[in-house]
Design a protein around this ligand. Structure first.
Ligand code: URA
Length: 199
């Protein structure tokens, strides 16, 4: 069976670029920035899902390249995971103005693209970064009954059945939340150790 993942992922990229009905499209054009679709291995075992691009990400079209990205890189390195071996994306593909939280209508507009990215890449593990992606992914896999606050869920493993097999969802704190919080950073580093067995 042919397993071309590049072409369907490219199609998603083309569709997001052309997504004029998106609530954030006008901002993208006004600021002359890019949508951030995702990057990494199309055969990744681990998929990281953040919230939405920040300033540096929108300027480059790449996920997690700013301060939060540096932290993510540090965490990956600490557990010996090579960034190009994983896939990194966000729920919302365009930058919300002033880095505000994504609005429900923005999550609704971009969520279906994330669902398709998951179906194409078929990761064994989805590590969510922050509460928005934890909430979205748990609901997407029918695990809404197990949703609690991120302080109760971080670092734990939740399993769900998918069309392609079992997926393990591991909620993690958002790296940006740990920039000025040493103890949260230590917690994030500890939680990353759970990913070791999946690399
Ligand atoms: N924060 C996110 O959630 N995603 C990025 O790509 C960068 C910062």
């Amino acid at each position: 069976m042919s397993d071309d993942r590049t072409e369907p992922l490219r199609k998603i990229k083309d569709e997001v670029i052309a997504l004029k009905k998106s609530p954030l499209y006008a901002e993208r054009v006004k600021n002359k920035v890019f949508p951030v679709i995702g990057e990494g291995s199309h055969h990744a075992h681990i998929m990281f899902i953040g919230e939405a691009p920040g300033k540096n990400e929108a300027a480059t079209g790449r996920p997690f390249v700013g301060a939060a990205g540096k932290l993510l890189d540090e965490m990956l390195e600490s557990v010996g995971i090579h960034r190009p071996d994983v896939y990194i994306t966000n729920i919302v593909k365009d930058r919300p103005p002033m880095n505000r939280d994504p609005l429900p209508e923005e999550i609704t507009a971009y969520g279906p693209f994330l669902d398709r990215q998951i179906d194409i890449i078929r990761p064994a593990v989805i590590a969510t970064l922050g509460r928005f992606s934890m909430d979205y992914v748990m609901r997407a896999f029918g695990l809404q009954d197990q949703l609690k606050s991120i302080s109760q869920m971080h670092g734990k493993e939740f399993t769900a059945k998918t069309s392609y097999g079992t997926v393990t969802i591991i909620p993690l704190y958002h790296p940006a939340a740990t920039i000025y919080n040493r103890s949260l950073k230590d917690t994030l580093a500890e939680d990353f150790k759970v990913l070791k067995k999946y690399k």
